[in-house]
Design a binder for this molecule. Sequence first.
Ligand code: HEC
Length: 148
Amino acid sequence: MRFAALVLSGVFMASVASAEEIKKVEIVDGAVQASLTGKPGDAVAGAKVFKGRRAGNCLACHGNKDMSGEQFHGETGPIMDGVADRYSTEQLRAIVVNSKKVFGDHTLMPAFYEVDRLSRVAKKFEGKTVLSAQQVEDVVAYLLTLKE
Ligand code: HEC
């Protein structure tokens, strides 16, 4: 019993730790200035987040010529070609973190690193965002390669 309790409390602690790792990210004027991880992301990993069905699944809504070999390009959101010419790194980071704070609550684009829900989910140890801080930075690094 005692052993089981110790194991359980270990799991408990691990969940709390992962919930606490989620940072508060402030979106000011449609931009997030600082990298969520403190360093630039990896564009190759970001491409996988972009097309990964279990990760960003961005391709489900955004056409992207760079991924013309992939199936199922969605048409819900704008085409991603040249998106790096339209937005800065800081703006792209804000769009991925929480597009609702950039485009408004009506947008169909999900918030991928949302902090508003945190207080509610953290209690249940579901303190997880759709993407990790690393994945946000990686997908931003990938978007920055999409120049016309
Ligand atoms: C459910 C559909 C959906 C998904 C999934 C989605 N988006 Fe979007 N996205 C949109 C829509 C719709 C817009 C247009 C914003 C608006 O509502 O005005 C948009 C806008 C954008 C923009 C601005 C584009 C421009 O040219 O103005 C970027 C950048 C972007 N999304 C990146 C992403 C990334 C990266 C992912 C995956 C992590 C993603 N989106 C996932 C629907 C989606």
